[in-house]
Design a protein around this ligand. Structure first.
Ligand SMILES: NC(=O)c1ccc[n+]([C@@H]2O[C@H](COP(=O)([O-])OP(=O)(O)OC[C@H]3O[C@@H](n4cnc5c(N)ncnc54)[C@H](OP(=O)(O)O)[C@@H]3O)[C@@H](O)[C@H]2O)c1
Length: 348
């Protein structure tokens, strides 16, 4: 055993991935007082230079060995192929699994349903990193009937738009977002709006409709690749801003989910989100308006949510409760309109 406390009753943590988030998690585990330790760490290249906190001797390319030598599995590889397969194998073997992988959950939710029902899957870090959203939407906010949700969910887009406001070129802003560790390994997921759409799909299933389909959200997704400093600055002339916003709201008797760049007037609760922040505005009939804001990406903020989930998993507390049936679509309710700017200069 390596990072963490070693003892006869210590649980074994199998880590899948030691990149941006996995390395930060190793550091947090090294500082935490866990009755558990990382036994093995799956990577592609064990010879690659890594932060000193990553237990070098635990690195392996043998996925089977990681699953066999673990009680709890933490998946921080990303992607919808091997990561999904290994998580499902670990869950089927009765292990608890912690993941930050929104793509897998958005696109393959049904495969994970039995384990969501069993409470053995944990994914707070998958949406807005260490800023809590999965917990509130599957917990405290369930006491209200939802009316609408609007959220800035992608740190890379938010950062890029903040830089465009300051006059930077798109390419330079994206490079800097990658350097800061905000961007996904494949930045087209960020810029095309799909990362935000993955997160919105998860939130929608937790609070609005458990059957919300990924295909439906994807069909209503538009990114920011066509925006320029000039377009962004024009929106700022009367104090507003352009932001990539994911929304769920009632439309013609159904819940509609969409991701697109919108104009936020200065008084909108989300327009104050700084470029390195995410924000989520929830409206419920009883609770009213709730604003959650904080870091939505980055190594340490994401790892902090993973560690919190890991603490629950090690203590065998259940993961987030899935929604059992669709929330009623409010009748005669007027959702707050947002100025959609998705067609401005967007390639057809
Ligand atoms: N970065 C963020 O701010 C952030 C925020 C929220 C959620 N997330 C999610 O967290 C997860 C990890 O993101 P990340 O930014 O840490 O990714 P990353 O830096 O690309 O790290 C991925 C890690 O997984 C390993 N890996 C990938 N494919 C593998 C394979 N086929 N076999 C063995 N090992 C493999 C890599 O090994 P090598 O090191 O050898 O290449 C690397 O250690 C993703 O699901 C992402 O969406 C990230």
């Amino acid at each position: 055993m390596t990072r963490g406390r070693v003892g006869t009753s210590a649980k074994r943590i199998g880590l899948l991935g030691a990149g941006t988030v996995g390395s930060a998690l190793c550091e947090l585990i090294g500082e935490a007082d866990l009755n558990a330790a990382i036994t093995q760490v799956l990577v592609r290249d064990p010879e690659k230079a890594r932060a000193g906190c990553v237990p070098h001797r635990a690195l392996t390319t043998d996925a089977d060995a990681v699953l066999e030598n673990s009680d709890v599995v933490v998946e921080l590889m990303g992607g919808t192929g091997l990561a999904s397969e290994l998580m499902l194998r670990a869950l089927a073997a009765g292990k608890r699994v912690v993941t930050a992988n929104k793509a897998v959950l958005a696109e393959q939710w049904d495969a994970f349903s039995p384990f969501l029902e069993a409470g053995t899957l944990y994914f707070e870090a998958a949406v807005m990193a260490g800023t809590p959203t999965v917990g509130p939407l599957s917990g405290a906010l369930r006491g209200s009937k939802p009316q609408e949700l609007h959220a800035i969910l992608n740190g890379t887009c938010n950062y890029i738009l903040g830089e465009l406001e300051a006059g930077a070129e798109f390419k330079d802003a994206l490079n800097e977002a990658q350097r800061l560790g905000y961007a996904e390994a494949d930045p087209s997921l960020d810029v095309g709006g799909f990362d935000a759409a993955h997160k919105l799909t998860i939130l929608g299933r937790l609070a609005f409709d458990p059957a919300l389909s990924w295909e439906a959200v994807k069909a209503n997704t538009h990114g920011i690749g066509h925006l320029t400093p000039a377009i962004v600055k024009e929106a700022m002339e009367d104090g507003g801003r352009l932001r990539l916003v994911g929304s769920i709201y009632p439309e013609e008797g159904r819940w509609r989910a969409a991701v697109r760049p919108v104009y936020l007037p200065p008084e909108h609760p989300l327009s104050g989100s700084a470029s390195n922040r995410n924000g989520l505005l929830f409206k419920g009939d009883a609770v009213g308006e709730v604003l959650i804001t904080g870091a939505g990406a980055g190594a340490a903020p994401t790892a902090s949510a993973v560690l919190a989930d890991l603490l629950d998993a090690l203590a065998e507390r259940p993961g987030p409760r899935p929604l059992q049936r669709s929330a009623p679509v409010p009748e005669g309710y007027e959702a707050q309109p947002l100025g959609e700017v998705l067609l401005v200069g967007e390639p057809s």
